[in-house]
Write a protein that binds this ligand. Structure first.
Ligand SMILES: [Cu+2]
Length: 119
């Protein structure tokens, strides 16, 4: 008898809730201009690996230019392009080196996070 009452309560509970047609109002939050700007920015960073040749290094800007092959993780064809780079990346290689590298791509700009000489 007690079990039946509990079962009845369990069945009645969701039915009772669905019988309420009033939708909860969305909380009204004043979004600041800064918050909207952040929301518009894609924040998902993708990681890619590639092989290429160093064509330029600019230590003052912290950038490296790579003539790289296809990067399948980012669905990129082969191209020549510049990246920001971690400081150690700029000192590990020189112009003309054939390298393998890893990049973080935020949808707008890439940063070379690791680099090494191709054998
Ligand atoms: Cu590229």
């Amino acid at each position: 008898m007690k079990t039946q009452l509990i079962l009845a309560a369990l069945i009645a509970l969701p039915l009772g809730l669905s019988g309420c047609d009033k939708k909860p109002e969305a909380p009204k939050v004043e979004a600041s201009a800064d918050a909207m700007g952040e929301m518009a920015m894609p924040t998902a960073v993708k990681h890619g690996k590639g092989i290429g040749t160093v064509t330029a290094i600019d230590p003052s800007k912290g950038t490296i230019t790579l003539d790289h092959g296809e990067i399948s993780e980012l669905q990129w064809p082969a191209m020549k392009m510049g990246f920001a780079a971690r400081p150690e990346v700029l000192t590990n290689v020189k112009v003309g080196d054939k390298v393998h590298f890893e990049i973080d791509w935020d949808g707008k700009a890439g940063t070379v996070t690791a680099i090494g000489l191709e054998p």
